[in-house]
Design a protein. Structure first.
Length: 442
């Protein structure tokens, strides 16, 4: 058995012998069937999870890249907006998944490619969010004593680039003092940096009221509905409450596509190769001529820029932000997404962010709602009346514990992640094949 045969997870064993026509039929049936179930059963979590799983099937089956892109475009660009209009909660889940996918891809550059453990990644997210929140709300008017604020909705698009630039500069400022640090020491410093940003946001309401402190900033301007006149000309009358979820969904989807393309280009460039060399052996990389200072700063700036853009989108979408939106646990959550999916893997970061977000927003909350329904109905299970069950036993309250258990199981049974990078798959296979008392095979 060759090494690649023992670690092939990209193609399910049950579909390897099928013809291309049969594979296309299988994918179409999976997508159409799950979408129909969601339409007929709009409150069914299992139906919506089956629809989301159809995208994973598209990625795993051995089809051409063009066919996979076509199926993905139809699923995300046509079916998902239709189902989201049918059930607004599904659209909210899709937007949150897109936001965390972009964050995971950004952190994947720092942790997965460059091997720099960053526990304060949410700080860049906060910098981007406050960048638009201050100037896109009356807060800037109170700060500068001017009537020119809040800025108009069209400024939002300019601040997408502004949030990217400010977050990238912040990433460089973080990278400069920690260039000589590695491992645990780097993690502690970045953790402190994330907490410094949160504490600053919490206390910069005096002597100059920059962030409005723990009270937060609201209302924040949303981007303009520039297509609304066209819809009205076509005879389509829709309220902003209906249009904005679709608007933010396509905006987040477009940003995620750009982030994936940029990640793919970086991964195959000399910069990406330099990051991988630094991750594998920093001393050897320096000896081979890799400029450590420049490449580490590139990694921090690139990863931070994605978070800054999504921070601007997040503040405009939520209309309100405060320091509690950017806690240390948010950084840990994004790091868990990268580890769960597979460090250094773009598909892994996407599937890890999707799995963790869906587990948090859908699975655990749905289990809690179901348990509350049983409790309110007074259902008896094995002689125990669920009406007496304490509210502390709701699954949604054990979100972090569930994530911890999942990560422990992953480290035991699949240490490279769900969809690891090819190099990590080879390393994991060779180490497991060598045995506990043998050296890994070359």
């Amino acid at each position: 058995m060759t090494p690649l045969q023992g670690i092939d997870v990209e193609t399910p064993a049950g579909v390897r012998g099928l013809s291309p026509v049969a594979l296309n039929v299988l994918v179409v049936l999976m997508i159409a069937g799950s979408a129909t179930l969601v339409w007929l059963l709009p409150r069914s979590v299992l139906a919506f999870m089956a629809f989301q799983a159809s995208l994973l099937v598209v990625y795993l089956v051995p089809l051409s890249v063009r066919a996979k892109l076509g199926y993905t475009a139809v699923t995300l660009g046509v079916l998902m907006p239709i189902l989201g209009a049918h059930n607004a909660y599904y659209m909210e889940v899709a937007i949150q998944v897109g936001i965390f996918v972009a964050l995971a891809l950004g952190l994947n550059i720092v942790v997965g490619l460059a091997g720099l453990l960053d526990l304060g990644y949410v700080a860049f997210y906060a910098v981007g969010a406050y960048c638009w929140a201050i100037f896109g709300s009356p807060q800037a008017g109170r700060l500068f004593g001017s009537d020119a604020f809040p800025l108009g909705p069209w400024w939002f698009f300019l601040f997408l680039g502004g949030g990217l630039a400010v977050a990238a500069i912040t990433g460089i400022l973080l990278g400069l003092p920690v260039l000589r640090l590695r491992g645990d020491y780097l993690a502690i410093v970045t953790l402190g940096f994330g907490e410094v940003i949160r504490v600053l946001a919490n206390n910069l309401d005096k002597p100059w009221n920059v962030t409005n402190g723990p009270r937060g900033i609201t209302p924040i301007q949303r981007p303009p509905l520039f297509f609304d006149p066209l819809l009205r000309t076509m005879g389509i009358q829709a309220s902003p409450f209906t249009l904005y979820p679709l608007y933010f969904y396509f905006l987040v989807l477009a940003i995620v596509v750009v982030v994936v393309v940029v990640n793919r280009r970086l991964e195959g460039s000399h910069v990406g190769r330099s990051w991988e060399a630094i991750r594998e052996d920093e001393v050897a990389a320096q000896a081979m001529g890799v400029p450590l200072v420049r490449m580490k700063l590139y990694a921090f700036a690139s990863g931070a820029s994605f978070a800054g853009v999504m921070g601007v989108v997040f503040s405009a979408k939520q209309l309100f932000i405060n320091p509690e939106s950017f806690t240390f646990l948010e950084s840990i959550g994004v790091l868990a997404m990268v580890i769960l999916g597979g460090m250094g893997s773009i598909p892994g970061a996407i599937i890890g962010a999707s799995a963790v977000t869906i587990l948090n927003l859908q699975v655990l909350k749905s289990l809690s709602l179901w348990l509350n329904e049983l409790r309110n109905a007074g259902v008896t299970v094995l002689g125990y009346n669920l009406a007496n069950l304490p509210s502390q036993f709701e699954p949604a309250k054990y979100e972090r514990m569930v994530f911890g258990v999942i990560l422990i199981l992953m480290m035991i049974y699949r240490p490279a992640g769900i969809l690891p990078a090819r190099r990590r798959k080879l390393e994991a296979y060779r180490q497991s094949d060598a045995g506990p008392d043998q050296e890994p095979r070359a």
